[in-house]
Write a protein that binds this ligand. Sequence first.
Ligand code: AMP
Length: 401
Amino acid sequence: MLVLVLNCGSSSIKSQLLDLERGTVLAKGLLEKIGLPDCFFTYEPSGRETVSFPVEAKDHFSGLEVVTSALTHPAYGAVKDLKEIDAIGHRVVHGGEKFSNAVLITDEVMEVVEECAALAPLHNPANIMGIRACKRFMPDTPQVAVFDTAFHQTIPKHIFLYALPYEYYSKYKLRRYGFHGTSHQYVAQKAAEMLDRPLEELRLITCHLGNGSSVTAVKNGCSLDTSMGFTPLEGLVMGTRTGDIDPAIALFLMEKEGLSTQEVDDLFNKKSGFLGLSGLSNDVRDLRAAAAKGHKRARIALEVYPYRVKKRIGSYAAAMGGVDAIVFTAGIGENDPQMRADICAGLEFLGVDIDPRKNKATRGKAGDISTESAKVRVLVIPTNEELMIARETKRVVEAAK
Ligand code: AMP
């Protein structure tokens, strides 16, 4: 089955065409800066040279035209006709409380996804535009929505509720949702394979550490708790996001600095985290280079981050009554042995004991970095959200037949 996976952001479209039977990626595309004069498309056909060129794409419709033209291009296309593509899987950020699984997109589903846009005003509208554009270019191809929030719908009420007056939950559905669900679910499944144990028996702590970062407690295959909340702002320190802070800080800054709600939103989401602490960059690689030269703020940023992850791991071990394995994934989790070592240091009381040699040797590939005798396995597993979305799309389309 050929599945086109689309991740439509507000100004970008990421695409991957996967052949699920062969287990191969036929082409990858990245369209950036939709609506801007310097809109640019990069297309990587499997086994052939990458092509990249400036394009004019004023919106997601013209953006998808660029993507589909590349896929069927006589010189570097992956298919002759778009009809060869069996299904389209969309990453949809917010499914609210309505979707605990991927679904076939129908008019009724679209109505609910539109309702959920109130909860994710920056993300869902772009996802909706992508779905509508596909309807125009590939009207007969089934489309599936795979939600970032769905995996976390198993989180029980006493964990997802904020201690606000209950009416705000009833009125606005103000609660913790959690994100990165597709990634946490994928690495949890992979961890069970690597450990050769049924996922249903395992207590896992999955750490998705990238520009956006979150930790999830996965008990018996289900998300029990996760660090992101009503929005992806809650939880860990991130590239440019604060993570957990005292909410009173927003009020304090609004008063002292005369900031508007939009300015506070910008400050917390785009100017904080690694970037805000260091004053330098949101990228850990830049901070490591600067810290090595004595940059004090880069150094402290690199200390704040692992402490927060460690604290979450400890709390989730408590929530699950123990932990069998900790999984590291995403940009930082897969590639930064120093960060993994800093996070794991001090967790020996839980049974964590990583082998420094194995840790150093494991970058961008799967591996068990714990010592033979460690009680808790520590695994590095590259995430693959596109593959997970494609598999979910296949499952939903086949079930609907
Ligand atoms: P992601 O959001 O998963 O793509 O992760 C992106 C982040 O991963 C970057 O901003 C870096 O902070 C981090 N990263 C990527 N490669 C490396 C590396 N080799 N060493 C340390 N951090 C890395």
